[in-house]
Design a protein around this ligand. Structure first.
Ligand code: PMT
Length: 400
């Protein structure tokens, strides 16, 4: 229920993507939002107001002169009652009017009359999207602090392929949730590692661990929600990339080290969530090792570089945030690890709590003490961790 108590006015313009707005309403309501829908006349040719009424549980506004609304001011009322105005899909025509302050129907009028932030999810043919007029309008809207969500690239309703597809309803909801989060990392750069590493023994076998990547992906999403430009370097995991995050896939610890060290000096914060393999086989067999009756092979291991310690040892390191996964003595081991690696902030978790699941239990350690966070979904904990990192960036002695 990430949107509990939020009032969303959804404007639907005329376009084939209007059918996806129905699913969008369902997802918004499921996240706890109170949704009011306003449609353009053209949108009603694709989906009926009854559909939106049934899904939102509220009457749908189409007519700016609706006699059912007290004093006939539907546009003012819808704009006043919202925490955010979201237009999805937003047609080229709507964007042109909104960019120029035109108020000639219900949607454009309530856009002009709003007192709340405006987010638009464009959807149109790729040539309409790339037309200089549309691009000019988008630039104007972005300059007016309007949030532009997408569009995505892919198959378009007209049969062509390219940029112009409306974001999927799930992606729009993720953007809306991010919109409502505080922005203590605005303008900052955050680099995150996530998942396990895989150290090859031969072409089919290797050493790895059970990290799913969920905690690291949650940290990347929380950092982006907090306003940062986020790069995520991850080992082999099967998770969707959080919206707006740049993802770099790697396999081994050496590859992870190379990708991290390429970027570390330009970052404000580095968060090592990855369960990096401490060792790798000294040599990798080119061919599959066969069971041919000879004694089992002996695999000699060598130590992998400690990526977090290496970043922390840079002449001007970013604020380094480590993780420690322990089976026992969490406070003692975590604090020892933090001091050994010389990092300002570390999140400790027990292996039985942290690996694999959607929730976790974290204790934060820094020079100002320690704080046990309430057990919670990984995203909730990641937000708290990023808030602490942001506070320490501002003031290394920030009290809890
Ligand atoms: O991915 P999930 O299933 O969601 O699980 C999350 C998690 C349990 C993996 C995560 O919360 C966690 O605890 N990650 C760190 C796990 C770990 O093995 O830590 P460590 O004690 O080996 O390493 C301490 C710190 O040094 C970590 O920040 C690690 O990223 C870093 N490190 C370790 C070894 C190495 N060679 N290079 C490193 O950078």
């Amino acid at each position: 229920m990430e949107l509990n108590g939020k009032r969303v006015t959804l404007g639907v313009t005329g376009g084939i993507a209007a059918y996806k707005a129905a699913e969008l309403v369902r997802l918004l309501v499921r996240q706890g939002a109170a949704v009011r829908v306003a449609m353009s006349e053209a949108a009603t040719r694709f989906v009926t107001p009854t559909t939106f009424q049934a899904l939102s549980g509220n009457p749908v506004a189409v007519d700016p002169w609706d006699a059912g609304v007290a004093n006939g001011m539907a546009h003012i009322q819808l704009a006043r009652e919202a925490d955010v105005l979201l237009i999805a899909p937003a047609s080229a025509d709507f964007l042109a009017k909104a960019a120029n302050g035109v108020a000639d129907n219900l949607l454009t009028t309530l856009t002009l009359a709003r007192g709340c932030p405006l987010l638009v999810a464009p959807a149109m043919n790729r040539q309409m999207w790339h037309n200089p007029a549309t691009q000019r309008n988008i630039a104007t809207l972005a300059g007016d602090a309007v949030g532009i969500l997408g569009p995505a690239s892919g198959e378009l309703a007209c049969g062509e392929s390219g940029e112009g597809r409306m974001l999927e309803p799930e992606e729009i909801v993720e953007e809306l949730i991010a919109h409502f989060q505080p922005k203590p990392l605005q303008g900052r750069k955050v680099l995150v590692t996530a998942g396990p590493t895989f150290e090859a023994i031969d072409p089919v076998r290797g050493l790895s661990n059970l990290s799913s990547g969920k905690m690291g992906f949650a940290v990347a999403r929380a950092a982006r929600e907090a306003g940062a430009e986020v790069t995520l370097v991850c080992g082999p995991v099967a998770l969707p990339t959080p919206r707006g995050v740049t993802r770099i896939d790697v396999t081994s610890a050496l590859e992870m080290q190379a990708q991290v060290m390429l970027r570390a000096v330009t970052q404000d914060v580095f968060v090592g969530v990855a369960a990096v393999s401490d060792y790798r086989p000294r040599s990798v067999s080119e061919q599959k090792i066969k069971k041919d009756g000879s004694p089992p092979p002996v695999i000699e291991l060598v130590e992998n570089p400690d990526i977090l310690a290496e970043v922390a040892a840079l002449p001007r390191p970013p604020l380094c945030v480590g993780f420690a996964a322990e089976t026992r003595n969490l406070a003692e081991y975590a604090e020892t690890k933090r001091r050994a690696k010389k990092i300002p902030l570390l999140a400790g978790n027990l292996i039985q709590d942290g690996f694999g699941g959607d929730a976790n239990r974290l204790t934060l350690f820094d020079d100002n003490g320690q704080r046990a966070l309430e057990p919670a979904p990984k995203l909730t904990l990641a937000r708290q961790l990023m808030a602490r990192a942001a506070a320490l960036l501002e003031n290394p002695h920030a009290p809890y």
